[in-house]
Ligand binder design. Structure first.
Ligand code: PLP
Length: 427
């Protein structure tokens, strides 16, 4: 299809995510992608410095994953997963249990990050119900983002993302953002355990990086302290590793980096290398065992039509094999080092503050009259970078770079250079 025709039909019929269609820039017409690059229908090459919303892991069109998908599609493309099973799902659940923090041996598959979180929250609530001691209160972090479905929005911070639905969301106990100082988070958790500990069904965190809430990074000691409190009080800890999973923070999982084993862990995004939607919620045997009963009401009544889609499972298996190769570990370390150089150069800029880095995720704030997600400076930087062949999508005045692991040092240096040139522009 010609580019003009494509864009005209898009403008007429398509409703894009997180897009204010009035005044939105023309969407980038992407024809194909390979490695760290997107190629447009009108002949441009664009560096994907944000891994297409944090999903592309090794690079676009990774042949090993594409081949696994093709082969699986010709063998078994889909089958109901209630009452049936198949090798790609069994192998994937076994592999996830092997690579996850020790003790997470049960895997429930779903469709995306939001559903992985929904499932974890439902499991935690029903866990207490099944034990005959119903508890309804969930503790969650200020500035957290856990997805866009109603349960996931409820445990997320109230923000511009949730504002239209706030009255419909369930209340949670809110703990201070640990990126602003872990001591206050721990004190608040201690106080909550003291006053409402017997109501508390779960604590949910984005380990080490609060993503869509502003790429706010926090420390391993605080994560360990939260985990210790949960363990001591026998309250399930839910780690939402939807963004941080599969090497983004260096090790396979942020919990691993902190030496923490949660009771429930949510993964998605990079799980298939960025090829297909898939979510997974990992649970301990102890939690799973409370669902075993002759009373059929203790069943987890949750499932999706495409649960454990064999093609998505095959993609995930191929991606995991690549992820565990020493070359991928080295690539992640290389990206971290390249970020460190890029951030060091930017840190001196008068318009930059709060440079930070966790593994392959780098972020900083840009001085601007408006603050937060709606700050126009992010959109201006996105447009400037695009004109120079780099895809960035700042969260308002927070800019981050989260590239696929195949991104070369030169390409990442170019992305930092584009940001620096934007900042040097006269305002
Ligand atoms: N949890 C975290 C930590 C996320 O970053 C996201 C998405 O950005 C989600 C959950 C929701 O994932 P999805 O967009 O796949 O529903």
């Amino acid at each position: 299809m010609e580019t003009d025709a494509l864009l005209a039909l898009d403008a007429r019929h398509v409703w894009h995510p997180y897009t204010q269609h009035r005044g939105a820039p023309t969407p980038i017409p992407v024809a194909r992608a390979e490695g760290a690059y997107l190629y447009t229908t009108d002949g441009r090459r664009i560096l994907d410095a944000i891994s297409s919303w944090w999903v592309t892991l090794h690079g676009h069109a990774t042949p090993e994953i594409a081949d696994a998908i093709g082969q699986q599609a010709r063998t078994l493309e889909q089958v109901i997963f209630a009452g049936c099973t198949h090798e790609p799902a069994v192998r994937l659940c076994t592999e996830l249990a092997r690579v996850a923090p020790a003790g997470l041996r049960r895997v429930f598959l779903s469709d995306d990050g939001s559903t992985a979180v929904e499932v974890a929250v439902k499991m935690a609530l029903q866990y207490w119900e099944n034990r005959g001691e119903p508890r309804r209160l969930v503790a969650a972090l200020e500035n957290a983002y856990h997805g866009d479905t109603f349960g996931a929005m409820s445990v997320s911070a109230r923000s511009v993302y949730t504002a239209s639905f706030d009255p419909m969301l369930f209340d949670v106990a809110r703990l201070p953002d640990p990126s602003e100082g872990g001591a206050a988070t721990i004190d608040a958790l201690d106080a909550l355990l003291g006053t409402r500990g017997r109501e508390l069904a779960a604590v949910i965190v984005e380990p080490l990086v609060l993503g869509a809430g502003g790429m706010r990074m926090w420390d391993e000691a605080t994560l360990r302290a939260i985990a210790e409190r949960c363990r001591a009080s026998a309250i399930p800890l839910i780690a939402d590793e939807v963004m941080t999973g599969f090497g983004r923070t260096g090790p396979l999982f942020a919990c691993e980096r902190a030496g923490v084993t949660p009771d429930l862990m949510c993964v998605s995004k990079g799980i298939t290398g960025g090829f297909l939607p898939l979510g997974a919620t990992l649970a301990t045997d102890a939690l799973f065992d409370t669902f075993l009963s002759d009373d059929r009401r203790r069943t987890l009544f949750h499932g999706h039509s495409y649960t454990a889609n064999p093609i998505a499972c095959a993609a995930a298996l191929a991606s995991l094999a690549l992820l565990e190769a020493p070359a991928c570990t080295a690539a992640r370390a290389r990206i971290e080092a390249a970020h460190r150089r890029g951030l060091a150069a930017l840190a001196a800029h008068p318009r930059v503050s709060g440079t930070r880095l966790t593994g392959t995720i780098a972020a900083f704030e840009i001085a601007s009259p408006e603050r937060g997600y709606l700050a126009g400076v992010g959109r201006a930087l996105g447009a400037f970078a695009l004109a120079d062949g780099v895809l960035l999508r700042p969260l308002g005045d927070t800019c981050y770079l989260l590239p696929p692991y195949c991104t070369s040092d030169d390409d990442l240096a170019h992305a930092y250079d584009v940001v620096a040139r934007f900042l040097d522009q006269p305002r």
